[in-house]
Design a protein around this ligand. Structure first.
Ligand SMILES: Cc1cc2nc3c(=O)[nH]c(=O)nc-3n(C[C@H](O)[C@H](O)[C@H](O)COP(=O)(O)OP(=O)(O)OC[C@H]3O[C@@H](n4cnc5c(N)ncnc54)[C@H](O)[C@@H]3O)c2cc1C
Length: 262
């Protein structure tokens, strides 16, 4: 048995093609928006993409392009705050981030996949990947309980030993065993792994979904592993896109948004 810690790796974020944006803006007469980005320190592609999506909706690159628009907010932070406060959340759906979740349990992944819109998921297949050892996370309070740890590690050791016994019993490593047979038996064998077995998942979510899941999964009523993991995701997102995650207050690990249901 391996003692593990759930971890998050932010592995992908938006990247804009400013040449293509310039070409588009010259078509619609919004070049001054790009000049403003050039002049300032507005080099955050995620925030620029959200702003781009919002301005496209109202042709609000600059005053005068749409006769209904006589004034435009030129400051990005204020512009994005207005997106949040007016719940114009669909523009945030263009901005996605990908997280490799490492050494998380099947308890966590099962809860996470309940969040449906705005996500993409690729989960380690335990039909394909054989469990030769069992990774397991113990919260600090559990690690500090000597008798609990003694009994828990004994059970996990037995489950791990049973995995190895089954692989040997089914002859999975013998010469010429068809992959379909390995998959069939590996799938049977995983049934004897605990719900807490450490596994991995690639999770991509857009900003709208991230805002919703961060609130739901850091709530004091949320399960402790997912709560801890979403605390980490929230910290990452606040650093990545401060103007879109700066409205949260954090109280005892609960991330409470200034604007709910964006
Ligand atoms: C603390 C906690 C305890 C929980 N306990 C349980 C439990 O005991 N049993 C259990 O089964 N689940 C439980 N859940 C899971 C919960 O019921 C939701 O399925 C899960 O949190 C997904 O969130 P969501 O419903 O907001 O949907 P998401 O998929 O995250 O969707 C986001 C939002 O989009 C909208 N939306 C999405 N899909 C639809 C749709 N089909 N129709 C209309 N609107 C939609 C809703 O406004 C929704 O809030 C729990 C969740 C939490 C946070």
């Amino acid at each position: 048995m391996r003692n593990v810690q759930p971890e998050v790796f932010l592995i992908a974020r938006p990247q804009l093609d400013y040449d293509a944006i310039a070409a588009y803006l010259s078509e619609v007469g919004g070049g001054s928006w790009l000049e403003r980005l050039d002049k300032g320190d507005l080099d955050n592609d995620a925030l620029n993409l959200a702003e781009f999506a919002g301005r496209l909706c109202y042709r609000s690159w600059e005053p005068g392009l749409n006769p209904n628009v006589t004034r435009v907010r030129s400051e990005q932070d204020a512009y994005l705050q207005n997106i949040l406060s007016s719940a114009h959340g669909s523009v945030l759906e263009h901005v996605s981030f990908s997280f490799a979740l490492h050494n998380v349990s099947r308890v966590l992944t099962h809860e996470l996949v309940r969040h449906r819109p705005g996500v993409a998921i690729s989960q380690e297949s335990l039909r394909f990947v054989r469990l030769s050892d069992i990774g397991f996370w113990f919260p600090d309070w559990a690690s500090a309980d000597a008798e609990l740890m003694h009994r828990a590690t004994a059970i996990l050791g037995q489950l791990e030993e049973f995995q190895l016994w089954m692989a040997d019993h089914f002859g999975l490593d013998a010469e010429g065993v068809a992959f379909s047979e390995k998959k069939h038996k590996t799938s049977f064998m995983r049934r004897f792994a605990p719900d807490g077995v450490a596994t991995g998942l690639l999770w991509t979510a857009n900003i709208r979904t991230l805002r919703h899941t961060i609130e739901a999964r850091t709530d004091p009523g949320a399960e402790e592993e997912i709560r801890m993991l979403f605390g980490k995701i929230a910290e990452l997102m606040r650093a990545e896109a401060p103007a879109l995650f700066g409205d949260y207050t954090v109280t005892d690990g609960a991330w409470i948004p200034g604007w709910r249901k964006v």
